[in-house]
Design a protein around this ligand. Structure first.
Ligand SMILES: [Zn+2]
Length: 188
């Protein structure tokens, strides 16, 4: 299921955290599009030793990064870097392992390595699950379609991202179950 997206930046709170849109991505790091069909949410981790959402958003204000994501999430903050109707460059590859999901029809969410040692903390995962569920609702993804429409970067390109959810499939399963529960409860 795909939905035409013409929403840009979100003026709302998720899990009690206002989505901060004050540090936006440099226009050279994504493809502008007035609207588009989007059907997937792709989860990532930043892959840094230890980092936070704001610093990532600031990094992508620089030109020619050759990558981007719609959101950066940490223990306390959520930054939206790219408007939803624009195409962020978060899951492009030479070879794809998913038949349909591409940058053009997906939203990319980056989880910061807030726990240190290249790990995502439980709190960051929880905040990201709430944000993911919120975006699912915008795209018309229900609890029943989370398993096909919420993907890891790994599922699209086989990149080891988010590493701990690739190495530990149970952690990925638990994340998706939380997204489903949030969608069922309808409390974002
Ligand atoms: Zn990734």
């Amino acid at each position: 299921m795909a939905k035409i997206l013409n929403i840009g930046f979100i003026n709302d709170s998720v899990h009690g955290i206002p989505i901060n849109t004050s540090v936006q991505c440099n226009g050279s790091n994504f493809k502008s599009s007035p609207s588009r069909n989007a059907a997937y949410v792709v989860m990532h981790y930043t892959g840094n030793e230890k980092d936070q959402a704001k610093a990532n958003a600031q990094y992508f204000t620089g030109a020619n990064r050759n990558a981007s994501a719609h959101f950066f999430v940490d223990d306390k903050e959520i930054y939206q870097s790219v408007a939803l109707h624009n195409i962020a460059w978060h899951c492009g590859a030479q070879t794809y392992y998913h038949g349909d999901c591409r940058n053009t029809n997906s939203i990319g969410i980056e989880m910061c390595c807030t726990a240190g040692n290249y790990k995502i903390s439980d709190e960051t995962e929880k905040n990201a699950a709430y944000l993911c569920a919120y975006i699912c609702k915008q795209l018309g993804i229900t609890a029943g379609t989370v398993d096909t429409c919420v993907l890891r970067h790994y599922d699209v390109t086989h990149k080891n991202c988010p590493a701990q959810m690739v190495n530990n499939p149970q952690e990925w399963k638990a994340f998706k179950e939380l997204v489903k529960t949030i969608l069922k409860n309808g409390a974002f």
